[in-house]
Design a protein around this ligand. Structure first.
Ligand code: C2O
Ligand code: CU
Ligand code: CU
Length: 512
């Protein structure tokens, strides 16, 4: 589906995945409801806004009026090395009873350096990053630097397969910064439990000439499935839930269901969005504001584009500029729309514990005064240079549901039996991912970066940015291209964590 919009006088072709047509259709109603919002003075709870939030649980996800709005920003991990081109940090994973905003701390909670999400790993292009990691938990683990082109030894997977970090043990991760933009790190063993418990954190790698916007805000999205009575993480559930993907009943931005952010009219706001949810695809909009996508998984875009709402699959990132056009005293809700993981009319009827309506997930509150802006301009994009269409097929993956086995297979098998994929380094190579199942799968490939060139037979216009995680809609084939500049043995898998843990994963060797 192709939509014409006009931004700053220039007509841009905005590509929407075919499977998002449903969501696009319903957003056609947005301009009207937004107008109603404005007239109603943007009271976060005003039902005159036309937004149906009746479907969600009434005591979670509602951002309320109580919290004092936080100032925009983030906490980087302290750099322990004085050298300007070395970033050296201490990182510890330990048990932590943290409050997701329900007022009841999670007994099974875990955290990096005592916070959820963990503090931001921040560096700039060309730096060397050294992470002194300590496992203070009673489970084995490895850390994966999602999206970064590190070496296989540092990627967490060889460790996972060979020598995981035992309870009480330490490990030194070290890698050069060759990528800029927004990434994240997380544990890579028993992920449906450990990422759910809180072991995830943002990575922000800057370009050397980058000028900070007024507001640079990581927005880590996550949902939790809590027991209705105890408000504790619900224990691992049925095989069916594993297969369908575990949707939660609490929606969090940066580890809380009740965040509110203080904004000033006119400020330049850059949201760096990552979806850390086990299975939930988020579909976000900010009442009264337009979102302009300026970057994706692997850095900034050559051609930014505007959207009414932003779909973010598990593992994916988007960098979004929001024009702060509100007036002092106004408040606007960041809303999440229902995203159906399964195709409609299929064998599976999917229920969402958040209901079918839109749910508020955070609030933006305008303070007094006005900001004229720092004149932020986005850093230069890292554009791929394929002169000619790429026809060299590296592999055609087939994703299929195995209802009897209660799992999703890749090429007819599950980890570790999925046949190895072998490809050559430094050759422009095309990969097809055919999804024969009736649900979406966010497909993630470690170690290299990719451009999506075709979704279900619809060519994707150039300039859509580097991806390491991409949605494969139900019964659709997605084609991606890579120059494969990072050799080694790399894992690829579905980023629905229940699927990954159940073996929807394989290995690819990029040979030197
Ligand atoms: Cu974010 Cu192998 O994963
Ligand atoms: Cu990864
Ligand atoms: Cu999957």
């Amino acid at each position: 589906m192709t939509v014409d919009i006009t931004t700053a006088g220039a007509a841009l072709l905005v590509y929407q995945y075919a499977a998002h047509e449903v969501s696009m259709r319903s957003t056609l109603l947005l301009p009207l409801s937004l107008a109603a919002c404005m007239n109603a003075g943007m009271d976060g709870k005003d039902t005159a806004s036309g937004v149906d939030d009746s479907g969600g649980p009434d005591d979670t996800g509602d951002t309320g009026d109580s919290a004092t709005p936080e100032v925009c920003g983030y906490t980087p991990m302290p750099d322990l090395d004085a050298a300007p081109d070395v970033v050296e940090v201490d990182l510890t994973a330990s048990a932590l009873e943290w409050d997701p905003g329900t007022g009841v701390p999670l007994a099974a909670g875990m955290a990096f350096n005592g916070s959820v999400p963990g503090p931001v790993l921040e560096a700039k292009l060309g730096d060397t990053v050294k992470v002194h990691f300590t496992n203070d938990l009673d489970i084995e683990m490895t850390i994966h630097w999602h999206g970064l082109r590190v070496t296989p030894e540092m990627d967490g997977i060889m460790q996972m397969m060979g020598d995981p970090i035992e309870p009480g043990e330490s490990f030194e991760y070290e890698f050069p910064v060759v990528d800029t933009g927004f990434y994240w790190f997380h544990t890579h063993m028993d992920t449906a439990t450990t990422i759910e418990a809180g072991l995830y954190a943002p990575i922000l790698f800057h370009a050397p000439d980058e000028v900070a916007p007024d507001c640079d805000q990581p927005m880590v999205l996550d949902d939790l499935l809590l027991d209705e009575d105890t408000r504790q993480i619900a224990p691992p559930d049925t095989d069916m839930m594993q297969l369908m993907g575990r949707l939660g009943n609490v929606l969090m931005v940066n580890g809380r269901s009740d965040r509110s952010y203080a904004w000033t009219k006119g400020q330049t706001t850059l949201w760096r969005v990552v979806n850390a949810s086990n299975a939930r695809y988020w579909d976000l909009y900010l009442e009264g504001h337009q979102l302009t996508v300026v970057g994706t998984d692997g850095g900034f875009l050559a051609v930014p584009y505007s959207v009414d709402d932003l779909v973010v699959a598990p593992g994916e990132r988007y960098m979004v500029v929001v024009e702060a056009s509100g007036e002092p005293g106004e408040r606007y809700r960041l809303m999440n729309k229902r995203f159906q993981l399964h195709e409609e009319g299929g064998d599976m009827v999917e229920g969402d514990p958040m209901g079918d309506g839109d749910n508020p997930v955070a609030t933006v509150v305008y303070g007094e005064g006005e900001t004229t802006g720092t004149g932020w301009t986005q850093p230069a994009p890292d554009v791929p240079g394929w002169g000619a269409p790429v026809e060299n097929l590296g592999h055609h993956w087939l994703l299929e549901e195995d209802m009897m086995g209660g799992t999703v297979t890749i090429d007819g098998a599950t980890w570790p039996d999925v046949p190895m994929v072998d490809v050559a380094m430094n050759v422009d190579t095309m990969f097809e991912v055919e999804n024969a199942s009736e649900m979406h799968h966010p497909f993630h490939i470690h170690g290299n970066r990719f451009q999506v060139v075709d979704v279900g037979g619809e060519p994707v216009p150039a300039g859509q940015g580097w991806k390491d995680t991409f949605d494969i809609p139900p019964r659709t084939t997605v084609t991606v291209v890579s120059a494969l500049d990072n050799p080694g043995e790399w894992m690829y898998h579905c980023h629905i964590l229940e699927h990954a843990d159940d073996g929807m994963a394989g290995l690819m060797t990029v040979e030197e």
